[in-house]
Design a protein around this ligand. Structure first.
Ligand SMILES: *[C@@H]1O[C@H](CO)[C@@H](O)[C@H](O)[C@H]1NC(C)=O
Length: 402
């Protein structure tokens, strides 16, 4: 039996849901769960056989607090070393801290993250592991790629788009949706011009600042670009300015607009995902489902889901430091866009679109892997689900956003 726990915990509502359980604790907010399980329950004979799987969705958020606050956690001193942490970052302040995520990793039975490549990046060194790399090397971490909701994102049934299409009708379907999209955002209507999109938060992780610097380097090519997203004010302004500079080629729409996002996937040919880091990423999956080829940086789940030259294009890994834009990363975007445009004008593009649309991006495969890992914990009464059972719709509310 599984008990999914994803947000904050309140002890009074900590129900006993049966003795033989696996708790899935998600991210730093639940780092205390395995500790309280031991200190408050198991010592009284409750949940004696329970196990905890700790899942990391983004290691940039760890829950670092003043070391002197340990007593507020109401835990025995023997847990102190699991929390004990030396913060090496100036911001907000260096020094000795308690670290909830560190304790979650150490006190759980198994640690999981949202893609195999992100798991290897987290173990690789201080920069990508954000100072928990040594702990993860010691305790281990397994990467399982996320799936996507293939019912909500389905070009054959999507209610937001002008015409529905599938792999057999993508060429005509996309052309009509492209013209509708161009008309909607006020760009010249032309079904033959490649349309490139970016959809995401405007912030350093997603590399929207790198993209803003790259656009002037490739905007002279025969293309249109539409950017949708909200985020840091400075970056919102940067993207809105593009539209003033390149009125016939670029649109920067600073909004959160689900309908427009669907229309963009339906009408676009290529999507840029210039993330500095990306634990799993969802937009590349959504894009592939709509026959949009992703151009992603070499990080996290992008590496696991994009096959260069087959289902998309991979750029080099970008510099993780967020203070400035590395000119090499700007060049990487520019040259990848030019490479993709060459393919757009060749017969191979249609093959790649078919490759994308043929992929099973649902939760089916990932759910099977999750099941294997959870069964390996050996909790009594655990058994595999029926083959072909779609787990995703039921689990949907427990899946974190990208
Ligand atoms: C979202 O985009 C659609 C399509 O462009 C538009 O009709 C609608 O007004 C937009 N909604 C908001 C809240 O901006």
């Amino acid at each position: 039996m599984l008990f999914l726990m994803s947000s904050s915990i309140s002890l009074s509502s900590f129900l006993v849901v049966g003795e033989d359980v696996v708790f899935i604790a998600n991210d730093w907010h639940t780092g205390l769960l395995p500790c309280y399980l031991k200190s408050m329950y198991q010592i009284h004979g409750i949940y004696k056989n329970a196990k905890v799987a700790f899942c990391i969705h983004n290691i940039a958020y760890q829950g670092r607090f003043a070391f002197s606050d340990f007593h507020l956690l109401n835990l025995p001193d023997r847990f102190k070393s699991s929390f004990d942490f030396i913060d090496g970052y100036d911001k907000p302040v260096k020094g000795r801290k308690i670290n909830w995520m560190k304790a979650g990793i150490i006190q759980s039975n198994i640690v999981i993250t949202v893609s195999p490549y992100y798991a290897s990046e987290l173990r690789s060194g201080e920069e990508k592991g954000v100072e928990l790399d040594n702990i993860l090397r010691m305790f281990g971490i397994i990467g399982i790629i996320n799936g996507m909701d293939v019912n909500e994102w389905n070009p054959a049934t999507d209610k937001y788009i002008t015409v529905n299409y599938d792999a057999t009708t993508v060429t005509e379907g996309k052309a009509i949706n492209k013209e509708a999209l161009q008309a909607e955002v006020g760009l010249p209507v032309d079904k033959d011009i490649p349309v490139i999109i970016f959809i995401g938060r405007l912030e350093e992780q997603k590399g929207s600042d790198i993209l803003a610097e790259a656009i002037p380097q490739f905007i002279e090519e025969d293309l249109q670009i539409i950017v949708l997203g909200t985020g840091k004010k400075r970056m919102e302004k940067q993207l809105e300015e593009l539209e003033t500079k390149y009125p016939n080629k670029a649109r920067g729409i600073v909004k959160f607009n689900v309908s427009l996002a669907h229309q963009m996937f339906a009408g676009a040919d290529l999507i840029i995902i210039p993330s500095r880091f990306e634990p799993c990423g969802l937009v590349q999956l959504q894009a592939m489902r709509y026959g949009v080829l992703p151009m992603g940086s070499f990080t996290g789940g992008l590496v696991d889901t994009i096959m260069d030259g087959i289902t998309g294009f991979l750029m080099s890994a970008f510099r993780v430091m967020c203070e400035t834009v590395d000119p090499a990363d700007v060049t990487a975007i520019t040259s990848t866009v030019k490479r993709a445009l060459k393919v757009y004008r060749s017969p191979h593009f249609k093959v790649m679109v078919q490759n994308c649309m043929a992929r099973d991006l649902s939760w089916k495969g990932p759910a099977k892997k999750w099941e294997e890992v959870l069964l390996s914990l050996g909790v009594a009464g655990s058994e595999a689900g029926a083959d072909g059972e779609e787990i995703a719709p039921l689990a949907k509310e427990n899946v974190a956003a990208p």
